[in-house]
Ligand binder design. Structure first.
Ligand code: ZN
Length: 149
């Protein structure tokens, strides 16, 4: 089993130290809160839609480096995307971190590829996917808070 430190690649460290879109999106009609009891990660994701397109997206909260970097990179990747594209990316990201991509059909996610190593650490999968599940709830307009438990 490789060392957990391998997860903390430069990109993840950078995003966890200087998270992008880390702010409250005032007046955002769509928001959802996610909580990962296993690690204590807790984030609120804000989404401002324009029609079917994500006009702005931001997040607030606290968590470990993996969860924060994942949330940060998610917001950077999804701004300007349509709801459909966001859902597709969410599914792909989930496949990536749970190791469901196959050699024939590797999950291609650009920069988000750095999270591929997470699949070796089941406890970390919840950290990496927390913001994404929370976004999914925000897009569906669910009021209920998301919990990974
Ligand atoms: Zn965590």
């Amino acid at each position: 089993m490789s060392d957990l430190r391998e997860l903390y690649q430069e990109l993840i460290l950078d995003h966890s130290k200087k998270p992008r879109n880390f702010r409250v999106l005032e007046g955002a009609p769509r928001r959802a809160e996610g909580f990962n009891a296993l690690c204590g990660d807790r984030f609120t994701v804000f989404v401002q839609m324009e029609g079917e397109r994500i006009e702005d997206i931001a997040f607030q909260g606290s968590g470990c480096a993996v969860s924060k970097a994942s949330a940060s990179m998610m917001t950077a990747a999804l701004k300007g995307k349509t709801r459909e594209e966001a859902s597709a990316l969410l599914a792909k990201f989930h496949d990536l971190v749970t190791g469901q991509g196959s050699p024939d059909h590797p999950v291609d996610l650009g920069k988000l590829q750095v999270f591929a190593g997470v699949c070796e650490f089941p406890a970390r999968v919840k950290c990496a996917t927390l913001a994404w599940h929370t976004l999914g709830a925000a897009l569906e307009g669910k009021d209920a808070a998301v919990s990974t438990e």
